[in-house]
Design a protein around this ligand. Structure first.
Ligand code: AMP
Length: 282
């Protein structure tokens, strides 16, 4: 595995495999790698000649009040994991190279920011689309792998790629969960023992909505009320940020369940903010 920190060097490498007519699968991460990240890498390896994992804790997607400085980091462990799981390249750029003084170009995707996580994190997705665009230009992958756990991010990145004619395929990878149902996240490390014990109730609340829909219920208000009760009883330590059923493509809130919906939730614990979702195509 090659570890690359220079943007120029990474671009030279990506040119090499393009000239050789080889394909590259790309996994963008903020590090503190876990099984979820590794499932993205496994897909990238399976479907391409080369795989690139990037690690970059992107300051642009954190609000000043958020956990940029405290975000968990362990580069030594991340390097070992990437090596063990067969990544060909690990790209770890410096913040000062990615955002040199005078940096002033941003990518925004209009129309999705008023929904779900955009409500409490108004500048978050502009940070994500800007960095992912830069990473695409540096690594020039044929396929880029993103987790369904961050469904709003995935939908926005698909839209960006379509709208801007970026010549690559965005590939969705299912959410990897701990055996008790909790979606794996780097931020789970913030959870206290009590919070960790209760946290699987977040997924249980989503599953209860899914069950109601599958048994024929179509009234979103009734479904959400039921799920909120599950959440309040199973995860009393959590503060609910949103629990919504939205359109599977536009993310617009719905009053009646349609044939393609996303049931999405965000909660705040003491230190961690956790999100999860279920995609349902009836
Ligand atoms: P992050 O390091 O949190 O920015 O995540 C990097 C990528 O890994 C994103 O595409 C996430 O959606 C994906 N990811 C994070 N957690 C999981 C998970 N539990 N299962 C699958 N993909 C995940």
């Amino acid at each position: 595995m090659q570890i690359i920190t220079s943007i120029q060097k990474m671009q030279t490498e990506s040119q090499k495999w393009q000239m050789a007519d080889k394909t590259c699968g790309f996994v963008a991460t903020m590090g503190y790698l876990h099984q979820g990240h590794l499932s993205l890498l496994a897909r990238a390896k399976e479907e391409n000649d080369y795989s690139v994992v990037s690690i970059f804790v992107n300051p642009l997607q954190f609000a000043p009040t958020e956990d940029f400085a405290a975000y968990p980091r362990d580069q030594k462990r991340d390097r070992a994991l990437c090596e063990k799981h067969g990544a060909d390249y690990l790209f770890i750029p410096e913040i000062s190279d990615i955002y040199p003084e005078g940096f002033s170009s941003y990518v925004t995707v209009d129309g999705y920011n008023q929904h779900l996580c955009g409500m409490s994190r108004p500048d978050h997705f502009r940070g994500v689309t800007t960095i992912v665009n830069k990473l695409f230009n540096i690594c020039r992958p044929d396929r880029a792998y993103f987790g369904q756990k961050d469904i709003q991010q995935l939908i926005i990145l698909r839209k960006m790629t379509d709208d801007l004619n970026i010549p690559l395929e965005i590939c969705a990878v299912p959410t990897l969960r701990d055996p008790d149902g909790l979606a794996i996240s780097s931020r789970n490390v913030y959870l206290s023992d009590t919070e960790r014990k209760q946290a699987p109730g977040i997924y249980a609340a989503l599953l209860s909505a899914q069950q109601l829909i599958e048994s024929g219920e179509r009234d979103v208000a009734r479904i959400i009320e039921n799920s909120k009760e599950v959440l309040a009883s199973r995860v009393p330590v959590a503060q609910l940020e949103y629990l919504q059923i939205v359109d599977g493509k536009t993310l617009n809130p719905l009053s009646q369940v349609t044939d393609s919906v996303i049931i999405a939730v965000a909660v705040r614990m003491k230190k961690a903010r956790l999100i999860d979702n279920i995609i349902l195509n009836i």
